[in-house]
Design a protein around this ligand. Structure first.
Ligand code: AHR
Length: 334
């Protein structure tokens, strides 16, 4: 019993002591000057997208915005409405806002030097997205993630060669480009023409611009039908699916059966393009991969952390055509 009482007294003494110690500790902690929470300011990116002319463009915009959110970068997103002037203003506003990096999808190849030199002077890296600018203006940019436009043109030509392998006469072709003076129109036509050079059967007889839009594609082919007899045309190489959809809309209201009487080769491989390919209305659809986002953010990360990076990155593109056996399983995001 006396041992129990002794232990009880002993325990009580320790309990009281522990209580006092805890109070002193709490009191001292309260007296300490409050330490500021260290938070790193968010990286801010200015993103000037050239417009929203096509479903490809919408997916490309989402790809960049989603990847920026994943990287926890803040984005000032601006739509250039297919105007270089607008895009120049947007880049200038990013410089004034002192963003950490600028992502620019340039509508045309030339005329950027002044504003890009301003960005360079302000120490803000500029990364091109999808389209390129002229070689003599590239000294102002840091790097880029590009559409392989030349490669896409070559892939379109490879399909045409296969399709017309046994054809003996001339192959008369119409090319519908997208935006005038854009790197993708130039690159696709360059790749296409180069790959077919040396085979005199292939002749591009007409070139028109359709601004990568459904309405313009329809308008351009309607106008062309007034100028030439489309029955004498063997191939239409349309530089994107949106213009192709406009062309199909027009042709389907005539006696010319697209995909049968006239071979249609398109670019992008959107869901609607693939659906038209499955219906036999177009013969080949060359992918233009819109998923630049992750590569762009990775590049920004390397640049801002002063790590090594390449001057240019390209996306891989697939080819879908009437020669494929598994078209029914192809699912696209855009
Ligand atoms: O620059 C890429 C091209 O622009 C795509 O092929 C087209 O759909 C887009 O509008």
């Amino acid at each position: 019993d006396s041992t129990d009482t002794l232990m009880e007294g002993y325990n009580m003494k320790w309990t009281r002591l522990a209580g006092v110690a805890a109070f002193v500790l709490l009191f001292c902690a309260a007296c300490q000057p409050k330490q500021k929470k260290e938070t790193t300011p968010a990286i801010v990116i200015g993103f000037s997208q050239l417009g929203q002319e096509s479903s490809w463009r919408q997916r490309n915009t989402d790809s960049v915005l989603e990847a920026a959110a994943d990287a926890r970068y803040r984005v000032l997103y601006r739509n250039g409405d297919a105007s270089q002037e607008q895009q120049i203003k947007q880049v200038r506003s990013f410089i004034i806002s002192r963003v950490d990096a600028i992502v620019l999808a340039p509508i045309v190849e030339t005329g950027w030097s002044t504003v890009l030199a301003e960005a360079k002077k302000a120490g803000i890296p500029v990364i091109l997205n999808d389209r390129n600018i002229a070689a003599n203006e590239r000294r102002y940019i840091t790097s880029g993630v590009y559409t392989d436009a030349v490669g896409e043109g070559k892939k379109a030509a490879a399909f045409i060669k296969k399709k017309f392998a046994d054809h003996t006469g001339p192959v008369r072709m119409v090319q519908i480009y997208g935006n005038k003076d854009s790197s993708v129109s130039a690159g696709r036509s360059q790749g296409f023409t180069q790959a077919l050079a040396g085979d005199s059967r292939f002749q591009t007889v007409v070139v028109r611009y359709g601004d990568f839009m459904i309405s313009k594609g329809e308008e351009v082919i309607r106008q062309l039908a007034k100028e030439i007899d489309l029955k004498n045309i063997d191939v239409i190489f349309s530089h994107n699916d949106d213009m192709t959809l406009g062309i199909l809309k027009y042709l389907k209201a005539t006696a010319i059966r697209p995909g049968k009487d006239i071979v249609i080769v398109s670019i992008d491989a959107t869901q609607k393009g693939i659906d038209a390919l499955r219906r036999g209305e177009i013969n080949a659809d060359i992918e233009c991969n819109p998923e630049t986002g992750a590569k762009v953010m990775n590049l920004i990360n390397l640049i801002l952390n002063k790590r090594q990076f390449e001057p240019a990155y390209y996306l891989e593109d697939k080819v879908f055509s009437e020669f494929d056996s598994n078209l029914s399983s192809v699912q696209r995001k855009y």
